[in-house]
Design a binder for this molecule. Structure first.
Ligand code: HEM
Length: 373
């Protein structure tokens, strides 16, 4: 999608798309300004299943809800996760190490984030597989190609949403009886202005963590390995200087942004670069186009492992800045450290055709089989 986004950014930096009936904004400066201006550009937008969660909530409720959980995801709290994540990454790699090839997504990049978030929530080990299936379905994008297709995916979303709701409700019932040191228990006890959260708010928050955190992180890890196979000299660079890995993670986020764009609703009439936006209009800000805006990044289409500063917008900006960014960064760093520590000569398996996933706003490949020594 990047060459198309690059072209659109240079030819029509702000345009109205009649097909999708929404505005598109491509320049870094504009994307950044819209994301910061949450008073004018609201996040309260429609989705296929109605959710009460912070992603589509405006202040003041947004601040209150977000504060309840921000500690759990803070960089400091992440320090406690590091050992667990490293163990899991090692376990997953041990299962494929002898065979000399692996399916990057299936064997490592997909299970890693799902298992970690499931554990943080308090999902027992034996439920992980079903949990993974649900989480795969909830993130499946709704393609606008045809009405039937839209309705089929929307129906599937609804079904899985009901199953997940039931699952979390029964977990909540168990935790009310017997509290544990997990996220579900802490949400049960949380209060805003002396009032507990509703069951629906707790369930929707848990579902949001799956939707927002799993496929995005899977894609980040896969994209990093993709870069390492596209530019194999980087494998030895990072092996010799592992301190570069965090900056490699940031450049991977910028270069292959897992989230391509985000929607906002204009709360009042507004003007952007001479275009008249009406109250109620949907505006899509294209993070992936902003990340390659040459006005902000020198040689944006080049992967520069030590790019600094690197103010990419892949985690968003402003009050909705990704809550899980510290976790995603940690998981990716550990995944790359573990892979580079135990494997050499990573190559995309010969004859592989890259298939890009059809989800409209998420960017990832369908499969990434590699060989290694
Ligand atoms: C919000 C990207 C991983 C949880 C966001 C937003 C972006 C984003 C762009 C802003 C949405 C908006 O402005 O409307 C990513 C990427 C990830 C990632 C690229 C991985 C590479 C995670 C993880 C979690 C998570 C691991 C949690 C386990 C959230 C939540 C929000 C959010 C809860 C909503 C925050 C709010 O509205 O205040 N993410 N995310 N994300 N993300 Fe992430």
């Amino acid at each position: 999608p990047f060459s198309v986004l690059n072209e659109l950014r240079e030819s029509t930096p702000v345009r109205y798309d009649e097909n999708r009936q929404c505005w598109d904004v491509f320049l870094y400066e504009d994307v950044d300004a819209i994301l910061r201006n949450h008073d004018l550009f609201s996040s309260e937008r429609k989705r296929t299943v109605e959710h009460d969660d912070i992603l589509t909530m405006d202040p003041p409720r947004h601040n209150h809800m977000r504060n309840l959980v921000s500690k759990v995801f803070s960089p400091k709290a992440m320090q406690n996760q590091e050992t667990k994540i490293r163990e899991l990454a090692n376990d997953l790699l041990s299962q494929v190490l002898d065979q000399g090839h692996m399916n990057m997504i299936h064997d490592l990049a997909a299970p890693l984030p799902v298992i970690i978030i499931a554990e943080m929530l308090g999902v027992p080990k034996e439920d992980r597989l079903i949990f993974k299936e649900w989480s795969d379905t909830v993130v499946k994008g709704v393609s606008g190609d045809s009405q039937e297709e839209y309705e089929a995916v929307a129906a599937e979303h609804k079904r899985v949403n009901q199953e997940l709701t039931q699952y979390f409700l029964s977990m909540m019932a168990k935790r009310r009886q017997e509290p544990q040191a997990d996220l579900i228990t802490s949400l049960l006890h949380a209060e805003i202005d002396g009032e507990k959260l509703t069951d629906k708010e707790i369930v929707d928050f848990c579902i949001l963590l799956l939707v927002a955190g799993n496929e995005t992180t899977t894609n980040l890890i896969t994209h990093g390995i993709r870069v390492l196979t596209e530019q194999p000299e980087l494998q030895s660079t990072l092996k010799q200087d592992p301190a570069l890995i965090p900056s490699f993670v940031e450049e991977t986020l910028r270069y292959y942004s897992p989230v391509l764009g985000q929607a906002r609703i204009a709360k009042q009439d507004a003007e952007i670069r001479g275009q008249q936006i009406r109250q109620g209009d949907t505006v899509t800000v294209w993070l992936a186009a902003a990340n390659r805006d040459p006005r902000k990044f020198a040689k944006p289409d080049r992967f520069k492992v030590d790019r600094s500063p690197n103010p990419h917008l892949s985690f968003g900006k402003g009050i909705h800045f990704c809550l899980g960014a510290p976790l995603a960064r940690l998981e990716a760093r550990i995944a790359f450290e573990t892979i580079l520590g135990r494997m050499a000569n990573l190559c995309l398996k010969e004859g592989t055709n890259l298939v890009i996933n059809p989800a409209p706003f998420l960017y990832g490949v369908h499969e990434y089989p590699i060989t290694f020594a």
